[in-house]
Structure formats: structure tokens, C-alpha cells
Design a protein around this ligand. Structure first.
Ligand code: ATP
Length: 503
């Protein structure tokens, strides 16, 4: 698993998808740049989402709100007071940790030790080994497991009650339980706000503390009435948006899974109070269908229904995806009630109500939200597509099986040799196709090597121009996934490619 993840990261760099930010200065942690292919893949994912959410739905419109907002926004939304992670510093190593993650990591370490013991016993006892019985009767293992379960449930409780002293006690208990983790010298646990702050305005007295938005949602809430009135929208209706969000994440590992600067694709759907259960179900199903439409395997998705709900929600679920490091949240679907609009009414002193002509009354609508990280979706698509295949002739190939609609380059045009007029025909094909698709030209190396290069870069089609082309205006089109080759007319190329890559 870890190996596969390392391959994903190095492939993303080698094939021009993702670079570390400011690499020549040794990078900036949890900040990344999208390279020449990455920017295309990212744009295509965004467009695939926008088309499904905005273009295909008469009652959903888009906006593009700014990153900087009036600071009271974040008071109203609860982010100033409650958008925190519990942090703990190690006095010896001077390292800082997210306390809840530290507890979970310790539990995972102990769990791994139990696994090791189970494997050892299985080897010793051979076929007569019964895992369930071993776990149930082995005192040491049993003790560990009970401890882990109790600690994890106490962790959830103390985080909920913001009882930070308890979190520290749990860390210490785990260190005693597991001699390997070793006892360390910890500070108290403190809450740390995840918002990036900055100053607006130049002079000391007139400048104002503002924040880089930690989510795009609030830009939609504060514009709710503007859009409803100018767009003459009738409930139920949605407002969609894609854009940057910033969080000063402490545990910043796992590549682009958790970044400090990332992009969200969110949609807030405004509904009549009391109808939230139906709409929650509707959007859960609709969003899962969107994911499945990319053909990345049904088994790679699952719902995780939240038991512990955020203060603003009356129901919430994640769509989890099987990343190289296991099932993790990819998208959230939240029933947010009228919490946000009520808060903004209260803090702004402006009415944010909708007049329902059918009901002949005004009310603050309820909201259903779908929220997906664009970068996280990128990682899902990229990691799932990267495959190593054994071929019939005993060799293997690395292939990036991106869904064709999302691939950065749709076709590579390859003249078999660099002479006899073949490059000129290839250029002519490119000049015809580039109006509709991103296409590339490649004449270097033997054609087999060029195929492999395009396979690894994720290009769904290779089109080879050879000497027969001079006679009959046909070319060979090779399909990335099946490696099948077909002879087709140059005039038919556009429609053949469009069939697979049109959104
Ligand atoms: P997590 O529990 O992973 O921190 P979250 O529950 O805080 O995520 P939300 O606030 O619901 O996430 O944000 C919605 C979506 O935005 C997430 O499902 C995820 O895809 C994406 N997202 C959130 N934080 C980050 C981040 N730091 N880097 C990349 N994507 C993120």
C-alpha cells in the first residue's frame, strides 16, 4: 500500500502532473503546484462537476465569490470560535502534533502489534490456528484491544466536551500501555484555529484583520438573496461554486489529500423546512451516481453516515473512496438546516428570507450541501488510474487509465518515421483536431516506446501515420486500455475520439 502511494507521488511528478510548491527552496509543506498535465486533469474534473451540477440542472446556478470576506462572516459561521484542532507540543523534540491524531496513531501502532502476534501464532500453530479463539483467549491481546476501544471512545467524548486535559491523559496512558511509543515530555493540549489571517488596508489604525476563507460555502450563504432575487429562483434551488479554500492544517501529510491551500466544489441547495430528509436522500444518491459515472469501480466507494453531528447539521454523510492508504472521506453531504442563514441574519441584522408564493408566507430556507475537494478528487482519479500490467509477451507496462473524459491529452499523433512526408500529415491531423481536443505530437524514438510514454501519461488514443497513409488516407488508432489497433479514415478521427471523450 505504502509502495503504491509512493509510486503515485513520483509518477505525478515524472509525468508533469504535480510538483511540490517552491521546490527549489525545498518546498512548502502541504502546498503543491499543478503542472502542465495536472492543470488539464484538474480543469476537466472541475468541468465534469460543473456540467453535472449547473449545466444539467435548470434550478442550480453558479457564482464565483471572493476569497476575502467581511470578517464578521466568520464570526457568524462559527469559524472564529470553533474551527479548531487540539494541538500538543513535545518539549524534547520540539515537534507539534494534532492531539487526536496522535492518540489514533498510537492506537494504530498497538493494533499493528496485535496483528504481528496473530501472524506469529498462525505460523506456529499452522492449520489448527483459530484466529477468533486466539484473540478471545490471549490475555495480552485482549487487554490491548479493550484498552484501545475504551481509549478511542473516551477520546471522542473528551473532544466533544472540549475536555483537553483528558486528551493529554489518554496520550500518557497509551504511552504506558505501549512501551514502544516511549514516554515523552508533553505540553498541555491547546486549541488552535485553522484559519489563515491577514491584514486588509495599510495604515495601522485603519487596517482590519481578515481571513482567507476556510470553505467556499459562506460566499454562497451571504449571496443567497442576491442570487434568488436577480435570478428569480424558486425554492428548491441551488447555488454552486468552485474555488480556493485555505486551512492551516497541522497534520499535513498524504500528499494532496490534505493541503493548506486547496480547492472545493460546493453546492448549497435551498429547500422548504421539513423537506430536508427527502433532499438529503436525493443528493446522497445523485452524488454517488456522479462518482460511479466515471467508471472507477463501485467497490471503491462507500457511505459513512455520521453519528456525531456538527453543531449546524441534522444529518451528514461522507462518500468515502478507497485511496492507496485506505477508505477516506472524499465528499461530504450535509443537511445544514437553517443554521447558516439564521446566523447571518443575526450578525448582519438583514433579513435573509424567502417569500413562498404557494404557501403565501416567508421563511428562512433549509440547506442541503454537497462539498467535495477538487484536489482530493484528483488524487482519487489519479491513484486509481495508475496501474502496472503484465503483458502476454512477458513484459509489463505502466499505464495511467484515466477516464477518457478527464484525460489531459486526448490523442497523440505519431508519424512512424521522421521523413517521407509523414510528419507533415501528422501536423495536418493535429491542426484539424486541436480545435476540439487537446492533442500532442511525438516523433522521437521507436513507435513502441512512444506508445508506452503516452500510456504512462494517460493519453487514451495514439494515432500513427505510416506509409499506407500516403496511399489511402487511413491511420492506425490505438486504444490505451485494450492496446487494440484499428485502421480508420483520417476523416473519421474526430467522431471516433469524440465518442469516448465528450462529457
Ligand atoms: P477532513 O475531515 O478530511 O479534514 P472535513 O470534514 O474537514 O475534512 P469539509 O470541511 O467537510 O472537510 O470539506 C469538504 C471537502 O473538502 C472534504 O470532503 C474534502 O474533500 C475537502 N477538503 C477539506 N479539507 C481539505 C484539505 N485540507 N485538503 C484538501 N481537501 C480538503
Amino acid at each position: 500500500q505504502e509502495d503504491q502511494f509512493k509510486k503515485v507521488i513520483s509518477h505525478a511528478k515524472e509525468y508533469g502532473y504535480i510538483f511540490q510548491s517552491s521546490e527549489i527552496y525545498d518546498g512548502l509543506s502541504a502546498v503543491y503546484d499543478y503542472a502542465q498535465n495536472g492543470v488539464e486533469l484538474k480543469k476537466n474534473i472541475r468541468e465534469y462537476w460543473w456540467k453535472a451540477m449547473v449545466q444539467m440542472n435548470e434550478n442550480i446556478v453558479g457564482i464565483d465569490a471572493s476569497i476575502l470576506m467581511h470578517p464578521t462572516t466568520w464570526k457568524a459561521s462559527g469559524h472564529v470560535d470553533a474551527f479548531n484542532d487540539p494541538l500538543i507540543d513535545n518539549k524534547d523534540s520540539k515537534k507539534r502534533y494534532r492531539a487526536d491524531v496522535l492518540v489514533e496513531d498510537y492506537c494504530a501502532k498497538i493494533e499493528a502489534k496485535i496483528d504481528k502476534e496473530v501472524k506469529k501464532a498462525a505460523k506456529r500453530f499452522g492449520e489448527s490456528f483459530d484466529k477468533e479463539q486466539f484473540l478471545a483467549t490471549n490475555g495480552r491481546v485482549l487487554g490491548y484491544q479493550e484498552k484501545i476501544n475504551s481509549i478511542l471512545s473516551r477520546l471522542a467524548k473528551s473532544l466533544e466536551n472540549e475536555d483537553l486535559a483528558d486528551v493529554k491523559t489518554l496520550i500518557e496512558e497509551l504511552e504506558i500501555a505501549d512501551p514502544l511509543t516511549g514516554s515523552k515530555n508533553w505540553t498541555d493540549v491547546k486549541q488552535f484555529n485553522l484559519m489563515f489571517g491577514t491584514q486588509l488596508g495599510a495604515s495601522a489604525d485603519s487596517s482590519m484583520q481578515v481571513y482567507l476563507r476556510p470553505e467556499t460555502a459562506q460566499g454562497i450563504f451571504v449571496n443567497f438573496l442576491n442570487v434568488q432575487k436577480t435570478g428569480r429562483m424558486k425554492i428548491p434551488f441551488g447555488i454552486a461554486q468552485t474555488g480556493k479554500a485555505f486551512r492551516n492544517e497541522i497534520v499535513a501529510r498524504q500528499f494532496i489529500f490534505r493541503m493548506r491551500e486547496f480547492e472545493q466544489m460546493e453546492m448549497q441547495f435551498f429547500i422548504k423546512p421539513g423537506t430536508q430528509k427527502e433532499w438529503y436522500k436525493h443528493w446522497k444518491e445523485t452524488r454517488l451516481k456522479w462518482h460511479l459515472s466515471l467508471g472507477m469501480g463501485e467497490d471503491n466507494y462507500r457511505f459513512h453516515d455520521h453519528e456525531k453531528l456538527a453543531h449546524y447539521a441534522d444529518a451528514a454523510a461522507d462518500i468515502e473512496f478507497k485511496f492507496p492508504f485506505g477508505f477516506k472521506e472524499l465528499e461530504g453531504i450535509h443537511s445544514r438546516t437553517d443554521f447558516d442563514l439564521n446566523q447571518h441574519e443575526e450578525f448582519s441584522g438583514k433579513k435573509l428570507q424567502y417569500f413562498d408564493h404557494e404557501e403565501n408566507k416567508s421563511y428562512v430556507p433549509y440547506v442541503l450541501e454537497t462539498s467535495i475537494g477538487l484536489d482530493r478528487m484528483f488524487l482519487a482519479v489519479f491513484s486509481n488510474s495508475l496501474q502496472e500490467e503484465e503483458l502476454e509477451n512477458g513484459t509489463s507496462r505502466v499505464v495511467l487509465k484515466l477516464p477518457a473524459v478527464l484525460a489531459p491529452t486526448k490523442a497523440a499523433i505519431l508519424p512512424l518515421v521522421k521523413k517521407d512526408g509523414l510528419p507533415e500529415i501528422a501536423r495536418k491531423i493535429i491542426n484539424d483536431l486541436k480545435w476540439d481536443f487537446n492533442v500532442a505530437y511525438d516523433e522521437k524514438d521507436a513507435v513502441g516506446r512512444r506508445y508506452r510514454r503516452q500510456d504512462a501519461a494517460g493519453t487514451p488514443f495514439c494515432i500513427t501515420v505510416d506509409h499506407d497513409t500516403l496511399e489511402d488516407n487511413t491511420v492506425t488508432i490505438r486504444h490505451r486500455d485494450t492496446m487494440e489497433q484499428k485502421r480508420v479514415k483520417i476523416d473519421d478521427l474526430r467522431s471516433i475520439i469524440a465518442q469516448e471523450v465528450d462529457m
